[in-house]
Design a protein around this ligand. Sequence first.
Ligand code: SF4
Length: 230
Amino acid sequence: MITDSMFADDDLLPISGLQHLSFCERQWSLIHMEQEWSDNVSTMEGRHLHENVDEPGSVSRPDVVMIRGLRLRSLELGLYGIADLVEFYRCDGGAEIAGHLGRWRPYPVEYKRGSKRCGLPDEIQLCAQALCLEEMFGLHITFGAVYHAKPRRRTEVEISDSLRRKLKEQCSRARQLLDFIDRPVPNIGKHCGNCSLVTECMPEVIVKDRSAAYVSGIIANISVSQESLT
Ligand code: SF4
């Protein structure tokens, strides 16, 4: 049932953007508000991995159906995306899925290119997929997994209350940023070295300009105060 508090299809945000938002708000705004995009080695590797795993298809075994490239949507959260892989396990309390007899419980698996351990941005993205699946299939999901291609390790993640809260905070933050006229200021740090949009962002220049403007503002204020004393 669609209620007034739900988002319209045109207002949905991509799940993939949640990762950019966790990485850097300025990067998120460049990509999702200004449609800027540049590839570096990391993004090319990631795209290549997702091109392979997002190719729609399914594999069935007696107790599990694995569906790749499943389209996801949550009107409650205002999100849409594509799940790399959803495993549906046969289970009495599960949901029906087209073309398969019985009832099934979904278990999302998000693919990542790197060898890093599963971090909060990965968990938030997985949680978003789980909540989309909950809304689509009308049941509660307690676990999913993040799979790292190097060294082929799968980490199970609990879709806990605190993770759900963090996801909702991210969604609200993304919508707040959409209302801002200015881009968020650069958040310069080590992560800029891994950012594919460093050329578009120009973090050093912007921060220097802002510092200069700040100092000029202080000087102007001091001059005004001195004039008022004379
Ligand atoms: S260069 Fe740094 S501040 Fe700029 S978008 Fe990338 S991560 Fe953010």
